[in-house]
Design a protein around this ligand. Structure first.
Ligand code: SF4
Length: 343
């Protein structure tokens, strides 16, 4: 699914007569698809290839309208809740995970489940279960309307409170202030999470947290790249959908640095006035935005006189996740099925 920028596309203004040497595109790397998104999309595509359409998917498999529309054209049916799935049908859980209540409902309906939850979201679920079993009150830092947060909270709903502002931290009431644990959503702003955790530590000095931060590597790396490049840019364009948490955070990171930034689903969303007086425009993409959309943005900028495209690699990123056992088994036992996962 990922299409890399062709090296011949960068550092070049050869085919663009309107190119201006003072207008540059800085293409951030890493950007775009993370390992959890690649895995989730592969799961849907392999399920379609193996079992045939329709395949039901609970919620958007990842938060990107291009990806969802593409899979829908191939036969995936996206539903909001399991009661929209016919009894006994096959359903895929999205990369953002589900609560135990959803898993129970699927069992009750006799649905054949394939779980595309990102392993790094599952890690947070496991931590929630562990802390709850140990008798902690849980504070989950995140956005309460986000599917990932709903899923994690659902692991221990009676003892979990979701907070997204320091005011909400100040208002927290727990049975024992010395027995509190915190977790975070995987796609938060690193700076905001730090600020929130500091507030929690101030309120509950004995609070405990996960061994390693819950914010995932992809969120961290994309934010680090923006932090590094945004100070030298006049504008940062983030390719990603409105409901993509990590994409929204990239815009905020840039704006907090003082560099104007916009979230765009596609090249057509760019307003010409954003480019007025802009010399360097940095382009990045959220973890669920496909490279083909980045290429279209770069092509648009070149057509508007941005004469050079330089890829700025801030750090290498080579993470991959294996497929879930249910799909590996299903592939192995399906007649004439694929035997090798996609690249
Ligand atoms: S953004 Fe992070 S948590 Fe979400 S799917 Fe990608 S790797 Fe997993």
């Amino acid at each position: 699914m990922t299409t890399a920028i062709d090296p011949s596309d960068v550092n070049s203004s050869g085919n663009n007569p309107g190119a201006n040497v003072d207008k540059h595109v800085l293409l951030l790397k890493p950007r775009g698809f993370c390992a959890g998104v690649v895995r989730a999309i592969d799961i849907v595509q392999i399920a379609l290839d193996t079992f045939g359409a329709p395949i039901y998917v609970r919620k958007e498999i990842v938060h990107n309208s291009y990806v969802v529309d593409d899979l829908a054209k191939k036969g995936a049916i996206f539903v909001n809740e399991l009661d929209e799935v016919p009894s006994g049908a096959r359903v895929i859980y999205s990369a953002h995970g589900v609560s135990p209540a959803v898993r129970e409902a699927a069992k009750g309906r006799g649905l054949k489940v394939i779980d595309a939850t990102c392993p790094l979201v599952t890690k947070v679920h496991v931590e929630a279960i562990k802390f709850a079993k140990q008798g902690y009150s849980l504070v989950l830092v995140g956005h309460r309307d986000h599917e990932e947060v709903e899923g994690t909270q659902g692991e221990a709903p009676d003892v979990t409170q979701v907070v997204s502002t320091v005011e909400e931290v100040a208002a927290l009431v727990v049975p024992d202030p010395d027995k509190v644990a915190y977790l975070t959503q995987t796609t938060l702003s690193l700076d905001e999470a730090k600020y929130m955790i500091e507030a929690l530590k101030k309120k509950f000095p004995n609070i405990v947290g996960p061994h390693a931060q819950d914010i995932c590597y992809a969120t961290e790396n994309r934010q680090t790249a923006v932090k590094k490049v945004a100070p030298g840019a006049d504008l940062v364009l983030v390719v990603g959908s409105r409901n993509s948490s990590n994409s929204n955070r990239l815009v905020e990171v840039s704006q907090n640095i003082g560099t104007n930034s916009f979230l765009i689903d596609k090249a057509e969303d760019i307003q010409p006035e954003w480019l007025e007086g802009v010399g360097n425009v940095a382009v990045t993409a959220g973890a669920s935005a496909p490279e083909v959309l980045v290429k279209e943005v770069v092509a648009y900028l070149q057509s508007r006189g941005f004469g050079s495209v330089d890829e700025v690699e801030v750090m290498p990123e080579n993470v991959r996740f294996g497929l879930p056992p249910e799909i590996v088994q299903a592939i192995a036992s399906a007649p004439g099925a694929i035997t090798q996962p996609r690249a």
